[in-house]
Design a binder for this molecule. Structure first.
Ligand SMILES: Nc1nc2c(c(=O)[nH]1)N[C@H]1C(S)=C(S)[C@@H](COP(=O)(O)OP(=O)(O)OC[C@H]3O[C@@H](n4cnc5c(N)ncnc54)[C@H](O)[C@@H]3O)O[C@H]1N2
Ligand code: MOO
Ligand SMILES: [Mg+2]
Length: 428
């Protein structure tokens, strides 16, 4: 008789992973370019005003507004050009009454000037003077020191993802080296006698090991460092030794395959021989119901399903938040949003379904539809999926036009806790 497993609601399973497992938070300082797509390990606070000086937003002439107060078509005002400055050059001295400085975008406003006239609105004379035929109020066309931000302003929080905008701020404030969270190492082992190396030709009964590379990409996207432990046949001794090594060497251990109840499914035996503390071995979700989570002395061990769809979902739901937490990210879970179902799901399912889906927009309405064959064992539908459509388990199906929750894939902002409003069934 096969062991009866007790399925945990997804919310509870995620909660227990975060409660009972830990990945240490470590920080390091890395050269700037290595910090992009990493997570900041310190708050970024402006240590100077931006811009750091009053500057011209246009190519033109810096002048004293007072000089132009009476200027008009019938009363043109002539100003003497006493200098020329481009960005990076500072005009030495003070600009006096009746004088102007030719100034380019980004150059510091010369002392004495309080306005800039764009090149297009002045007449340049051949005798070194310009003529203006309208007044320029004080402060016209000036980008003021500190208008972007003031010294001392908190700008980006510790745990933020270093996207291009954050990179711009880091450079602005002189971060040659950037304090970032150390990427936790995640060991990945594929178990299965049917598995071929990626480079091997197909032979009868065998398939290529796609899960390991999928997980590696997911780990990278989450902010971790994948460590490849290859693939092994369904042999307890070999797999046990490999997992023991992984437990010594990496922060998080992942196996894929053999998580179910079959003759060659080794995860249950591995849990026993390793003396691991099992957190769950069944979750009330499809795919991914056979996901196993355990820890050995606190070190996380995930036995993800061999079915690619189930393996993918298990990694996104359980591994990703652990990685993100060790990076001190603010929102460690997939971002939740809402969309309108574009197809029917008439068959009720006792477990919550997480359907690989494509998000699209039509007349301002966001719609979701499956990205392909939605079987746990299908791999092709993963390629185009940009969301997981959440269909809570229960006794009813879902119809096109209904609003449903979705989890966005490959998105950096994340959700604090996307599970609250999702009803899940605990029926096995
Ligand atoms: N009697 C039952 N059978 C099954 C149950 C069950 O509850 N009772 N659960 C089903 C569910 S749900 C899933 S999901 C799968 C889980 O299977 P395992 O985690 O044990 O994985 P395997 O048996 O090793 O392989 C399943 C499937 O996936 C392919 N696979 C395995 N590894 C890889 C890899 N690295 N890359 C690509 N594909 C992989 C493998 O060839 C199999 O086709 O169990 C159901 N059965
Ligand atoms: O774990 Mo299985 O994926 O429910 O399909
Ligand atoms: Mg199996």
């Amino acid at each position: 008789m096969v062991e009866k497993r007790l399925p945990l609601p997804i919310e509870e399973a995620v909660r227990r992973v975060l409660q009972e497992m830990d990945v240490p938070v470590r920080t390091e300082s890395v050269p700037f370019l290595d910090a992009t797509q990493r997570f900041l390990a310190a708050d970024l606070v402006a240590d100077h005003d931006v811009p750091p000086f009053d500057r011209s937003p246009y190519d033109g002439y810096a002048l004293r507004s007072f000089d132009t107060a009476q200027a008009s078509r019938t009363n043109p005002v002539r100003l003497k050009t006493v200098g020329e400055i481009g960005a990076g050059t500072v005009f030495a001295g003070d600009v006096k009454a009746g004088e102007t400085v030719r100034i380019m975008t980004g150059a510091k406003i010369p002392n004495g000037c309080d306005a800039v006239a764009m090149l297009e609105v002045v007449k340049e004379e051949s005798d070194g003077y310009i003529t203006v035929v309208r007044p320029f109020a004080a402060n016209t066309n000036i980008s003021f020191q500190g208008e972007d931000t003031r010294k001392g302003t908190p700008l980006v929080k510790k745990g933020s993802y270093v996207h291009p905008g954050v990179a711009a701020l880091l450079a602005t404030f002189g971060y040659n080296y950037v304090p970032v969270a150390v990427q936790p190492t995640v060991g990945i082992l594929s178990m299965g006698s049917e598995l071929l190396e990626v480079g091997a030709p197909l032979t009868p009964g065998k398939i290529r090991n796609s899960n390991a590379y999928m997980i590696a990409a997911q780990v990278r996207q989450a902010g971790g460092q994948p460590v490849m432990y290859g693939q092994l046949p369904d042999d307890l001794k070999l797999c046990e030794q490999a997992v023991r090594n992984m437990l010594e060497e990496v922060d998080i251990v992942i196996t894929t395959g053999g998580a179910s109840v079959g003759d060659y499914d080794l995860v249950p035996q591995l849990i026993e021989t390793l003396g691991a503390k099992q957190i769950f071995n069944k979750v009330a979700m499809r795919p991914g119901s056979v996901t196993t989570a355990a820890h050995v002395g606190g070190k996380p061990f995930f036995g993800l399903s061999g079915n690619p769809g189930a393996c993918f979902v298990g990694c996104e739901l359980f591994v990703r938040p652990l990685i993100r937490r060790s990076l001190q990210a603010q929102n460690i879970h997939l971002k939740k949003s809402k969309a309108i179902l574009a197809v029917d799901f008439p068959k009720p399912n006792p477990f919550t379904r997480l359907v690989r889906g494509i998000l699209s927009e039509e007349d301002g309405i966001h719609k979701v539809a499956p990205s392909g064959l939605d079987k746990s064992g299908s791999v092709i539908s993963l390629a185009e999926a940009d969301v997981l459509i959440m269909l809570p388990g229960g006794t009813r199906g879902y119809q096109s036009g209904m609003e449903v929750d979705i989890l966005l894939l490959g998105e950096q902002q994340g959700s604090e806790w996307p599970w609250k409003s999702v009803a899940v069934s605990s029926k096995s």
